[in-house]
Design a protein around this ligand. Structure first.
Ligand SMILES: Nc1nc2c(ncn2[C@@H]2O[C@H](COP(=O)(O)OP(=O)(O)O[C@H]3O[C@H](CO)[C@@H](O)[C@H](O)[C@@H]3O)[C@@H](O)[C@H]2O)c(=O)[nH]1
Ligand SMILES: [Mg+2]
Length: 235
């Protein structure tokens, strides 16, 4: 590098929140995630940069990738990391109903959803908990209904080209009538305002693609119809 350019390089990098000094959520070392990945010999991570660590974390990672013909190229990919989550379908087989939620989702509203009000299966981030503990907590917080034994359904990457999140899917029975349709739930101090929605299972299936447009909810409803509690073989 020419001397003139070297002179313009800063001596020390300004400390970066989330990397060298705590960010607003007390995190440091966020640039270490992904550096030691070695499970796939066709991928060699070269650098990880934290772009934002405001609430969740965006990074850009530079890596060498070996293509099918053996050649290597250097690629850069941005990732959005909000941690992993869990979701649950609460169902009553005898009443043929499901217990869902309705809440405002800004990212959908800003992308052409008519009002941002989303019908969803109860769900939340794991935070520090294991998936089953987390889904019990979230189901009770978001529907007010206590959850007994849960059935693990599958674990799915919801948007693997950009979002790191893996979502753990569960199902559990609930008792119709315990929670009033239209009652409110959620943690007010986290800005949550959640309406509990009790729908007939057939109505919920019918509304897929109309006013039920949330991926995890559609996946759980279709699983319930095909292989879950409402599948012909299990009924
Ligand atoms: N201040 C602030 N708070 C935020 C922000 N983003 C989220 N939150 C807070 O974080 C809470 C997260 O609520 P959870 O119930 O834990 O998560 P969720 O958003 O319902 O996530 C579930 O649904 C998502 C969408 O389908 C899933 O992506 C996710 O895995 C999970 O299943 C929100 O209620 C809100 O209070 C933000 O940018 N700023
Ligand atoms: Mg939630």
């Amino acid at each position: 590098m020419p001397a003139a350019d070297a002179a313009t390089e800063p001596d020390e990098r300004t400390p970066q929140p989330g990397v060298d000094v705590p960010d607003r959520r007390g995190r440091t070392g966020l640039d270490r995630v992904g550096r030691d990945l070695d499970r796939n010999p066709r991928v060699r991570v070269r650098d990880v940069r934290v772009l934002t660590s405001n609430w969740y974390v965006t990074r850009t990672t530079t890596f060498d990738f070996q293509h099918a013909d053996g050649t290597w190229t250097t690629e850069e990919r941005e990732t959005y990391d909000r941690g992993d989550g869990a979701t649950i379908l609460l169902y009553d087989v005898a009443a043929r109903t499901v217990l869902l939620t309705r809440q405002f989702r800004f990212p959908a509203y800003v992308n052409e959803h008519p009002d941002g009000m989303f019908i969803e299966a109860a769900a939340g981030l794991l935070d520090e908990d294991d998936p089953e503990t987390a889904i019990r907590r979230e189901a009770e917080e978001e529907t007010g209904h206590p959850v007994g034994d849960v059935e693990h359904v599958f674990d799915v990457y919801m948007s693997p080209g950009s979002v790191t999140e893996r979502l753990h899917f569960f199902a559990a029975p609930y008792v119709r009538g315990t929670i009033a349709d239209g009652s409110r739930a959620g943690l007010a101090d986290e800005g949550e305002d959640i309406e509990v929605l009790e729908l007939s299972f057939d109505d919920a299936l019918d509304r897929i693609g109309r006013d039920i447009v949330d991926a995890k909810t559609i996946m759980l409803l279709q699983w319930a119809a095909l292989r879950g509690p409402f599948a012909a073989a299990r009924a």
